[in-house]
Write a protein that binds this ligand. Structure first.
Ligand code: ZN
Length: 171
């Protein structure tokens, strides 16, 4: 990754962490879930309002580090107007991007990720992967409807990831 691109990505993440978009609850939500990342202390409640199969609205509240806040903010922007299937597939692509070997990050980038590509640097910091993926795991529960609680320690384990054990420092 070039120095210019890295800088641009950092600016995008900083902007969303300072001024998160769609940071509000939604009384009309058809599903909501509370996510918690015990490794960092990030908390995010995600509200999803489905209309048929379409994500009519998605918003979040909570308190977390800059990576988790920016990830939640950019996720809400990316998902509005998408179908459930598109939301799931975007999560898969995003997860691949942030968990790939840093030397292969470019291969895992995809046009449909759009601005979410800003998180490609996260794969160099395995402990931050949980921060970036927390809002998405929480979203997946919210899409199922009702009221759920999610912990990255359970969801990541069930996906068969071992990145938490790598434990590097914070960027
Ligand atoms: Zn965090």
């Amino acid at each position: 990754m070039s120095a210019e691109l890295r800088e641009l990505y950092q600016e995008v993440i900083l902007d969303h962490s300072k001024r998160p978009r769609n940071f509000r609850d939604n009384p009309a939500a058809t599903g909501r879930a509370e996510g918690y990342n015990p490794l960092c202390g990030d908390r995010a409640t995600v509200y999803v309002e489905l209309e048929g199969d379409l994500v009519k609205d998605v918003s979040f509240k909570g308190a977390g580090c800059s990576i988790s806040t920016a990830s939640a903010s950019m996720m809400t922007e990316a998902l509005k107007g998408k179908t459930r299937a598109e939301a799931e597939s975007l999560f898969d692509r995003f997860h691949r991007l942030i968990t790939s070997d840093p030397s292969r990050a470019a291969e895992n980038s995809a046009p449909e990720l759009g601005k979410l590509a800003a998180f490609s640097g996260v794969c160099e910091f395995p402990v931050r992967v949980k921060c970036a993926s927390l809002p998405w795991h929480t979203l997946r529960s919210a899409l199922e409807g009702g009221d759920a609680r999610v912990s990255t320690e359970e969801t990541e384990a069930s996906r068969g990831d071992a990145e938490a054990k790598a434990g590097t420092g914070r960027p």
